[in-house]
Design a protein around this ligand. Structure first.
Ligand SMILES: Nc1nc2c(c(=O)[nH]1)N[C@H]1C(S)=C(S)[C@@H](COP(=O)(O)OP(=O)(O)OC[C@H]3O[C@@H](n4cnc5c(=O)[nH]c(N)nc54)[C@H](O)[C@@H]3O)O[C@H]1N2
Ligand SMILES: Nc1nc2c(c(=O)[nH]1)N[C@H]1C(S)=C(S)[C@@H](COP(=O)(O)OP(=O)(O)OC[C@H]3O[C@@H](n4cnc5c(=O)[nH]c(N)nc54)[C@H](O)[C@@H]3O)O[C@H]1N2
Ligand code: SF4
Ligand SMILES: [Mo]
Length: 692
């Protein structure tokens, strides 16, 4: 095809991870024919990963849902009838209204997976207007521990600042070249590394950037808080902390000092498997580099100890003097756009904090989404009150939530389930109504709203969605009109985009012209107004801990699970560079890059258990068993097994929706969850392996 036939449009990548790369999208006859990184992209400067470049492949997939469907057979039987949008909205509206009338609005849950765009906030708006305090999300294992621990400790969510040079960056459970989390596009970091920024990597695997790192700490999964506490010990005992900052701006330093005396590198070495000398050296590196940032990844919030881990890491950022300094961990200032609370109409549901399902479980204040484990308790046991219906969008809970069998039970038990997705997923297959969603490139959207990085990105529509696919924000707008006060909704869903932008004075089209909005660059903000905590300081010791029943200081009381003869190895998982969680196994060009689920194991471990590369193995925990292929690599600790997460097989008829065979969350349990966020152990679980 001649290049000059192609019309190039700029947008931002989305829904392949958290998004962020500026893209140049080549279009011909309402079809995307080429994608490349936009050299002027604010976060990526020309970079785009293979998944982003192939992202339009999903649009025309034969597997896409194209019409609304209603269930006609038994739940999960797979018998469907095509219905019109009008009928679909009416069925959902009738069912949700009936359930609200019979059991109250709170018996309807609104469920979201990883926030993918504005739809997450429109869903919260819908729940608020409907009168239900229950928005269920995966925040328990993704972002709540980091964000909310941040808010309690220092008044904000500290994010690594890649826009200013750091002398050192610690990649702590962050495989940024594969995941580019929250638009922290690896390219920005790689540029710094080329210019001399040093790296320390904390990961059980030798990730790509470990080879460029000054140090790689090969940690036992689930013991990050032990390592952080030992580093606090070294930095304080060796007098390496920022004395001026600590004196003026922290609360509880002497208590922290006393407290971490017990967490010596020697003791914590046993827990973490990292030699004491390495712990000391890493602590010295972090304390003496200025500025330094901790790019803290998602595995630190995937154990019952997520609160302690996040708190210990913020204490490290604080006492090394790296909070809110350029090139450190900053409080990003939002651009002048509508505040979240206002957009979601939080004012309409003043009793929300008391009424949310998790309030009953005594979670940490400010946790605004329901942890999935508690949602299931409400459905299955009526604790603290019954939940009878769920509206699910952008989520595949059967794969994403710990203990999949329990999720299955809960989804089978609700009186009514509606699911919006791109394809028939295992979760959608259990629904009463399935809605075909439009996706990336098919509608106007805003990226990164509400994510705390101080930016929003324009994601203008490039092509029309196929057949009857609708953007989620349009679905929610129409559903809102049908089940709540229509005057609180909009003639056109696009009006919502303008509403978000209103304070900036820009229309959506003008915003698209600009491409992105960034808040003002301001640092050391605490010098004017203090930290937004009860003491006005960084609360190394939480001043309100007793009031809320929280641990005042971060602690380590042992790994998530103990090993024994039956389960001698430690299980973890990581995101695949080729997929987004459970999504897109049905996109051929992505599938060709990674056709089958594989578990990483060390060659010595494989020999010990008689396992060959590529062979199917059974991976078992005390909670369940799955099958994946062994992938032998020297890059992993011999006692660690890293399974692929998110696998369900969408190839051949009988297993099309097989959510059991290779699903990592068949191996996890929500029997024990962390009190603060309801987080189960996804990492650091005892396991064993055998050849099939
Ligand atoms: N064992 C284990 N479990 C984990 C994790 C782990 O590391 N290990 N990670 C956890 C984390 S961090 C997260 S965030 C969750 C993610 O959990 P989920 O968000 O539930 O998982 P995804 O696969 O990202 O997305 C779910 C669905 O969204 C659909 N989708 C994509 N785009 C759109 C769209 O525009 N509209 C609609 N309606 N649907 C769309 C996809 O087809 C997919 O079926 O999983 C968590 N679970
Ligand atoms: N390609 C791709 N990108 C994604 C996603 C995706 O599914 N695919 N998901 C998006 C989402 S929702 C999120 S939350 C982010 C997450 O992005 P990341 O924070 O990078 O998370 P992971 O890939 O789960 O794990 C990062 C690294 O932690 C290591 N690790 C595993 N267990 C432990 C542990 O116990 N301690 C330590 N220190 N390290 C450990 C893994 O080996 C891995 O290299 O990525 C986003 N980007
Ligand atoms: S790194 Fe993320 S945002 Fe960038 S192209 Fe890849 S999937 Fe898209
Ligand atoms: Mo996530």
């Amino acid at each position: 095809m001649a290049e000059n036939d192609i019309r190039w449009i700029k947008t931002h990548c989305a829904r392949m991870d958290h998004g962020g790369c500026g893209l140049m999208v080549g279009v011909k006859n309402n079809r995307i024919v080429k994608i490349k990184g936009d050299p002027q992209g604010f976060l990526n400067r020309g970079y785009a990963c293979p998944k982003g470049i192939l992202s339009a492949e999903k649009l025309g997939s034969k597997d896409r849902l194209r019409y609304p469907l209603r269930r006609v057979g038994d739940r999960g039987e797979g018998k469907w009838q095509r219905v019109s949008w009008k009928e679909a909205i009416k069925i959902i509206a009738d069912n949700l209204s009936q359930i609200r009338d019979a059991y109250g609005a709170r018996s309807v849950a609104f469920c979201q997976g990883m926030p993918k765009g504005l739809e997450h906030f429109v869903l919260i708006r819908l729940a608020n207007i409907f009168g239900s305090p229950n928005v269920v999300a995966t925040q328990d294992v993704c972002h709540a521990p980091r964000e909310i621990s941040g808010v309690h400790t220092c008044g904000f969510y500290p994010v690594a600042d890649f826009h200013h040079k750091s002398e050192l960056v610690v990649l702590w459970a962050s495989n940024i070249t594969a995941t580019n989390e929250e638009g922290e596009i690896c390219n920005l970091l790689l540029e710094q590394v080329r210019n001399g920024t040093q790296l320390v990597v904390v990961d059980p695997r030798k990730i790509a950037l470990a080879s460029k790192a000054k140090m790689w700490l090969q940690i036992r999964p689930g013991t990050d808080h032990a390592l952080a506490l030992a580093m606090l010990n070294v930095i304080i005992e060796e007098n390496l902390y920022d004395k001026d900052f600590v004196e003026q701006w922290t609360y509880g330093f002497s208590e922290l000092h006393q407290h971490v005396k017990g967490y010596t590198p020697e003791r914590m070495s046993e827990a973490t498997w990292i030699p004491p000398e390495q712990i000391r050296q890493a602590a010295r590196l972090l304390a003496t580099a200025r500025p330094a940032s901790i790019q803290w990844g998602n595995p630190i919030e995937q154990t019952t100890n997520a609160f302690h881990t996040a708190r210990a890491l913020i204490c490290l950022m604080a006492i090394t003097g790296n909070l809110d300094v350029p090139g450190g961990n900053i409080h990003a200032v939002e651009p002048n756009i509508m505040a979240l609370g206002k957009f979601v109409r939080a004012d309409l549901i003043p009793t929300k904090r008391k009424e949310m399902i998790h309030a009953y479980h005594g979670t940490i204040p400010r946790l605004m989404t329901v942890p999935p484990a508690f949602f299931r308790e409400a459905v299955l046991r009526g604790t603290p009150y019954p939940v009878k219906a769920a509206y699910v969008q952008c989520a595949n809970p059967l794969l994403a939530h710990a203990e999949s069998n329990k999720t299955f039970e809960a989804l089978m038990k609700v009186d009514f389930l509606a699911v919006s997705d791109l394809v028939m997923t295992p979760t959608a297959s259990l629904a009463d109504v399935v809605l075909p969603a439009a996706t990336q490139f098919e509608f106007n959207d805003i990226g990164h709203y509400g994510l705390g990085h101080g930016i929003i990105l324009a994601r203008p529509k490039i092509v029309d969605p196929p057949q009857e696919c609708w953007p989620d924000i349009k679905i929610l707008n129409e559903l809102g009109k049908a089940i709540t006060d229509p005057t609180l909704w909009f003639e056109d869903y696009k009006d919502m985009l303008n509403l978000v932008l209103q304070p900036s004075g820009l229309t959506y089209d003008q915003f698209v012209e600009k491409g992105y909005l960034k808040g003002e660059e301001k640092f050391w903000k605490y010098r004017q107004s203090g930290f937004k905590t009860p003491t006005g300081k960084v609360e190394l010791r939480l001043s309100q801990a007793e009031k809320y029943g929280l641990s005042p200081l971060p602690r380590f009381d042992g790994p998530p699970e103990e090993l024994d003869e039956a389960y001698p190895l430690v299980l973890t998982s990581a995101k695949s560079p080729n997929y987004l969680h459970s999504s897109y196994r049905w996109v051929d060009k992505l599938r060709n890059r990674e056709p089958l689920p594989s578990a990483l194991i060390h060659p010595d471990t494989a020999t010990q258990y008689g396992i060959k590369n590529g062979q199917e193995i059974i991976i078992e925990t005390r909670w369940g068993r799955i099958i994946q292929r062994a992938s032998l690599t020297n890059n992993i600790h011999p006692k660690v097994v890293s399974v692929s997460h998110g696998w369900w097989l969408s190839d051949s008829a009988p297993e099309k929706l097989d959510w059991k065979r290779s699903n990592a969350n068949m191996l996890t349990s929500a029997e024990n969850v962390g009190r603060e966020f309801g987080t189960p152990n996804l990492k650091g679980i005892a396991c064993r392996i055998t050849p099939v």
